[in-house]
Write a protein that binds this ligand. Sequence first.
Ligand code: SF4
Length: 445
Amino acid sequence: MKEVDFLIINPWIYDFAAYDFWLKPYGLLLIAGKLQALGYKIAYIDLLDPFHPELPKRPKRRSYGTGHFFKTPFPKPVFFSDVPRRFHRYGLPFNTFEKEVSRVKFKAVLTGCTLTYWYPGLISVLYFFASRYPDIPIFVGGIYVKLCFSHIQKLISECFKNAKIELVNYDVDEFLEDIKKRFSPSGKGIYPDYPAFYLQRKIPYVVIMTSLGCPFNCPYCASKRIYPKFKPRNPEDVFQEILFWHQKFSVVDFAFYDDALLFNFDSHLGVILEKVLTSGIKVRFHTPNAVHARFITKRVAKLLKDSGFETIRIGLERVENRFDDKVSIEEFLQATSYLREAGFKPKHLGAYMLYGIPEENFSEVEKGLRFLEKHQVPPYLAEYSPIPGTPFFERAKITSRYPIEEDPIFHNNSVFPALKNPDWEEINRIKNLAKSIRHRLFALS
Ligand code: SF4
């Protein structure tokens, strides 16, 4: 049996949909990396691991390390009976998880949850450890804990009365100080304190954050609630991190999780990309979190292309009746023309459009899709999920058919929680329209 200090668990997802679009538990891996560097021995069980040899069926993988997760049909919660979609549990079969845990001896468990409506996966993990290892402390963190602290607190006090569960909704460094006082490391750190992607069975890509937070404050977004202040990292440190993964583990694909990747480009990302170019390494960069069109100049577009950007998503959200000021339509069109001039084809580009907002107007969404088609930018629809503490959440409380304040399960974007009576036919028509526009534009690439 392998003996470690901490067992880290990335929980299952129970949902209508889940896809590995560079989807990793960044916070958990960040803490794992820091603990490892301090000399703690770590075991990691990724319940979403698409490469586990005991999966009954290998999930399909796609380009740049993205792909499907293994999934098992799961009964749809009764309150979602009006949603015409199937429900699944994404991740390893339960007995595979059990077997994995039985191979490790550990002093404490660390786990977490990102999206607020994924907390049932976390609860399954907590139930497992609290009932089978009642004397082992369990530390729980993540965005869900930060955004819905009173919800998880109540759940724990009602359902896990005697369990040793501790909620971590404070700073990583503070958490590490607490750990150092309570546990002695039983090994030696061998790697720098980067998020510990090496704990995975395979590293199809690495997620990088060059900064925390966003200088903007859009009324529907979680960024300000999660990171109240914008904090850029040192560009040299970011470059060294990219170099480490590329040289030591042959990683080629990197996905930026930044909320404002291009902000202060010349003194930040520009410096990192110049270093990448000078080093001669051949890597590919992706921006699943979208970038700000406002900051894309001719020079920025060229440097993005030359340094290996492969997937560029831009946050547009709306063409008419815009509800944020992160970009104007003129800036968007100017940015896409610079990107095309630099050599990006439609297949590399994409613009996010937010839909399903309170009092949604689908004809406005359709006009946005047509606008993107006309300007040859593939549209990607992002379903709105209410984020507690934002102005849009207050509006969604009024328009929703669910008690979104009471239970984060109702924040699930697949159920269009902000709509009173979703017209599923219309929703499917809009989704199919976006898909067909994308396919037409890809054919031009
Ligand atoms: S610009 Fe993007 S990340 Fe920043 S607050 Fe707006 S939606 Fe959020």
